[in-house]
Design a protein around this ligand. Sequence first.
Ligand code: CA
Length: 221
Amino acid sequence: MKLLLVEDSERLRDNLARGLRAAGFTVDVAGDGMEANGYLAGYAYDFMVLDLGLPRLDGFGVLRALPSGGERPRVLVLSARDQVGDRVDALNAGADDYLVKPFAFEEVVARLHALARRPSETHADVLEHEGVRLDAQAHRATANGSVLQLTPREFALLELLLRHRGRVFPRADILERIAGSESEASDRSIEVVVFGVRRKLADAGCASLIENRRGAGYLIP
Ligand code: CA
């Protein structure tokens, strides 16, 4: 699997590159964000291990330059910044996972393997997860085999989060995607929709699936 390592500390970069190659990855290295963008424009990567504090263009700049859909590497951010806000910002900017320095090398590899197993966003008509089955074409959702009576917004929310599993959606994003431009919709109405989906899943004997990341938004991990 092909991996781009972006880290400005030469010592850490060399150590990580050596370890990742030993772990079976094909590794390219970049020392700043501009160099990283050059590699990303020219080659396809399965993974990117990305430092946030970088010269010339920082890690957020690299994340923002990634295409929002289609082929893109799964991104593990490594950063000395351990504030919740930084983690949330990185995840919202498109990082798939976040590891705070200092870290154990084994954990980097373990996180990458976990990312490799995580299904990426899918355009499939049928989405299945933990006993829940949603058929987007037929507009039908079931949990443990029984039909879920979802409102249009509840259905749209469940579809959105199942389709992009592992990705955190801020409320404003969800609102825009499931309520369109309807003016009466608010953050509060998102909570009502989330509550409705969770309750109906629970009634069907399923895990409630939807998690709330405080201050960040909702996801199905
Ligand atoms: Ca750095």
